[in-house]
Design a protein around this ligand. Structure first.
Ligand code: HEC
Ligand code: HEC
Length: 178
């Protein structure tokens, strides 16, 4: 009788241990999954900047420097509207559409270039390098079926993109539906 009770207790204790192990296991799995999802979230910052692509943390300083340097005379254009080669020539040349600009110096140049080269598009070998938006297939590709004003220039973005001066090309006015 006595022995029976103690073996019953031992079984209860074993069951408790098994449950504890299962509990610890699920906490560990939850923790690992939690880590995995937070690192995915950490790679998705700048919700306030609405351009074409999400900008991971390692390119954000480059993006800020780009905007700072290229938005003093006109709004900063998102790199996605031109092929990489266009940007390369633009940032290296002090002669700029009849104006004079200060070419970037290191280390800012390197950071800006990392950002621009990552978020611009591939230059096609069989095509001339475009220096105007109306000549860029990538600018066209971002506007499927949109009736763009003629001629299109940097000043006209804001008519459809009210946040253009804040580097936001995601929010839209109803202008383009007319
Ligand atoms: C000193 C003033 C100034 C600065 C700084 C400047 N730009 Fe410009 N940008 C101009 C002028 C002026 C034009 C010609 C505008 C026109 O003819 O419509 C222009 C035109 C452009 C165009 C052509 C757009 C089009 O299709 O008409 C691009 C692209 C451009 N700039 C990119 C840049 C980049 C990249 C930087 C930073 C490296 C920059 N700009 C800095 C003055 C400036
Ligand atoms: C006539 C209105 C109009 C004008 C002007 C215009 N856009 Fe747009 N833009 C749109 C519309 C509409 C879309 C969304 C197209 C779609 O997703 O089908 C768009 C999309 C974009 C996108 C993609 C945004 C995203 O959601 O990923 C970028 C970048 C962009 N435009 C840049 C520009 C720039 C730079 C200029 C100025 C040179 C400009 N646009 C001028 C109407 C316009």
């Amino acid at each position: 009788m006595f022995k029976l009770k103690s073996s019953h207790q031992r079984m209860k204790r074993q069951l408790l241990i098994v449950m504890l192990v299962i509990f610890a296991w699920s906490v560990a799995i939850g923790f690992i999954l939690g880590l995995a999802t937070t690192s995915v979230h950490a790679a998705n910052p700048t919700p306030s900047v609405g351009t074409v692509d999400v900008v991971p943390a390692q390119y954000q300083l480059g993006q800020e420097l780009y905007i700072e340097n290229c938005s003093t005379c006109h709004i900063a254009l998102p790199p996605a509207v031109f092929p990489t080669q266009t940007w390369k020539n633009l940032v290296e040349d002090s002669q700029h559409y009849g104006a004079q600009i200060k070419p970037l110096v290191d280390p800012q140049r390197i950071l800006v270039w990392k950002y621009i080269s990552t978020f611009s598009r591939v230059q096609r070998q069989d095509e001339a390098i475009p220096y105007r938006l109306n000549r860029s297939r990538y600018f066209q590709a971002l506007h499927p079926g949109v009736k763009l004003p003629e001629p299109i220039n940097i000043g006209s973005c804001v008519s459809c993109h009210p946040g253009a001066s804040k580097y936001n090309f995601r929010s839209l006015t109803l202008e383009w539906e007319k």
